[in-house]
Design a protein around this ligand. Structure first.
Ligand code: ASP
Length: 483
């Protein structure tokens, strides 16, 4: 029987998930509001940030009623967990994958100078593509001016709906925490003081990379013979983890069904989405142009057909869209770039994990556009010098943005601060764009991982490590022997 290609299977899962949720929303379950909780005035509510830490306590001055719909509750209780399990599985293998593949990549190198070469090129190109993304975003938002047409009424409506929303408050609080750190804090944070703690925390990806490169280089220095046992161990671990990626991907079509159904039932009022259509349109146009930009890079510098390139990468892009997380998508990005595009592990094992954390072109483009949009809507003047500041801060902010859903919005606060936006208006600013943040997050994550894959391909070509006939390992290589 002919098997449908993976990207088609995933696409069908996504479409069915969206349809299912829309149908559910049209039934009585979608309309009927249910009261989940009534919190009386005088009670204290806790605001938590993404990792669950309580950052703020608020004493309620009036009664707060938390409502939901039956559809949302049903999907949340019975369907969403399958999406969550899938994301957990991908995250589960991220650290072993980086460890095994980066050690394999480095210890396969014959000399260290090659690694320095790859490293410097990668960082240079990452900074270049991100700068292009921010400038593109700023040009578009200044020409189209999506914030100028927005009515007072819409601003009031968005502010009253979202300014004190828990999502917005949590983002502001997270931003305050991030801001308190000094300029070289990110370098300090890159170096772990405890290997086990670094390996035990998915958010410490750069620490894992640092530790792994350290091991890899030391292995090169003690010579092939003495490093052999460790190398064999990591080579084998690498194969096993890649097989785990294949197995997890078998469930991807079902998982994306669950993820997208959940996004649709949890999304905001369609009327509000409509009011922000012009702003969202500018972001989407910018993201699309970035894909065109990558296509040109791939064809000029790697001499590959961009349509072929995008097709090979498509399962990873669809997952980036469904999960909104470059970190969760990393194992699949690595597999596609190595086994289907032909980038040698010596390059991809470094370029991709680093890219997942520091290279976020989609996010930085969005931060530039969102900052100017908010300024336009609230009539805050942004002269050219302020816009140049945005280029620099959005570059740094995108490096500091965690590769998880919604993180780009946290760092947006830092971009707003850099141009002197009044702090008492941050909440209103975020409220203006909050309603469409999730769909835009899904799209910018696609661009983030496409940028990483593009740079990996170009760097590989430049050091003669792009293979012509990549061989994909299928998930059932030895299935007959073990079943
Ligand atoms: N969700 C994005 C990512 O993981 C980050 C962001 O823009 O919020 O790449």
């Amino acid at each position: 029987m002919m098997k449908l290609a993976l990207h088609w299977q995933i696409l069908i899962g996504m479409v069915l998930g969206i349809l299912f949720a829309f149908i559910l929303l049209m039934t009585g379950w979608g309309k009927e509001e249910i009261i989940l909780q009534i919190i009386p005035a005088g009670e204290t509510v806790l605001h938590k940030i993404m990792d669950g830490t309580v950052v703020h306590e608020q004493v309620l001055t009036e009664e707060k009623i938390i409502t939901s719909t039956k559809a949302r509750e049903f999907v949340g209780n019975w369907i969403a967990p399958f999406g969550t399990i899938f994301i957990k599985l991908l995250k589960l293998i991220a650290v072993p994958l980086i460890l095994a593949s980066l050690i394999k990549g480095i210890s396969d190198l014959k000399d260290i100078s090659k690694f320095r070469n790859i490293g410097l090129r990668t960082i240079g190109i990452y900074i270049g593509t991100t700068t292009v993304a921010i400038i593109l975003g700023l040009v578009l938002v200044n020409i189209i001016e999506p914030g100028n047409g927005i009515s007072e009424e819409t601003i009031d409506k968005l502010t009253s709906t979202y300014a004190s929303d828990e999502g917005v408050t949590a983002k502001l609080e997270e931003a305050t925490r991030q801001k308190e750190s000094g300029p070289l804090k990110f370098l300090e944070d890159m170096v772990p003081d405890n290997a086990v703690a670094a390996l035990g925390n998915n958010q410490l990806m750069l620490q894992v990379i640092f530790f792994t490169i350290f091991i890899g280089i030391s292995m090169l220095l003690i010579g092939e013979k003495r490093a052999r046992p460790l190398k064999d161990f990591f080579d084998s671990l690498n194969d096993v983890v890649l097989k785990m990626v294949d197995l997890i991907m078998l469930t991807a079509p079902y998982a994306v069904f669950a993820l997208l159904a959940n996004v649709v039932v949890s999304s905001s009022d369609p009327e509000i989405l409509l009011a922000l259509l012009k702003y969202a349109g500018v972001v989407v146009l910018g993201l699309f142009l970035m894909i065109v930009f990558y296509s040109i890079l791939v064809s000029v510098f790697a001499k590959k057909n961009p349509f072929w390139f995008l097709k090979q990468l498509s399962p990873a892009q669809l997952l980036a869209f469904s999960t909104s997380s470059s970190a969760a998508t990393l194992p699949v990005t690595m597999e596609r770039v190595e086994e289907h595009i032909g980038v040698d592990k010596e390059v991809s094992s470094f370029v991709l994990p680093v890219g997942a954390t520091v290279n976020m072109d989609g996010t930085s483009l969005y931060q530039g556009i969102a900052a100017v949009f908010i300024a336009q809507a609230l009539s805050f003047d942004l002269p050219l010098t302020a816009q140049l500041t945005i280029v620099l801060t959005a570059l740094l902010a995108s490096i500091g943005t965690a590769a998880v859903p919604g993180a780009g919005m946290v760092m947006l606060v830092i971009v707003l601060e850099s141009v002197g936006f009044p702090p008492d208006k941050y909440a209103i600013g975020l409220a203006l764009i909050f309603a469409v943040d999730r769909p835009l997050d899904m799209l910018r994550t696609v661009v983030n991982i496409t940028g990483d894959a593009t740079v990996a391909t170009i760097v590989a070509k430049s050091v003669d490590k792009l293979h012509d006939n990549p061989k994909a390992k299928n998930w059932d290589d030895h299935y007959d022997e073990v079943k």
